[in-house]
Design a protein around this ligand. Sequence first.
Ligand SMILES: [Zn+2]
Length: 70
Amino acid sequence: MTPETTKHRFTLEELQQADDWSEGFCLACRAPRDGCEPDASGYECDECGERAVYGPHWIAIAGLFAEGEA
Ligand SMILES: [Zn+2]
């Protein structure tokens, strides 16, 4: 799962919080994962085991917003 193929969307608030807390999101199951740089990519998810955890910068660049401009 990559930012190009995920069906999940995230709010700006979630992305800002992830940036502040050094979290990323799993694009397969949407679980947050801590200890991620903003530009983390392909990290393993603690919940589902997929290497689909991306930092908020990638999610923002890919335009995966739940609301607002795409
Ligand atoms: Zn996952």
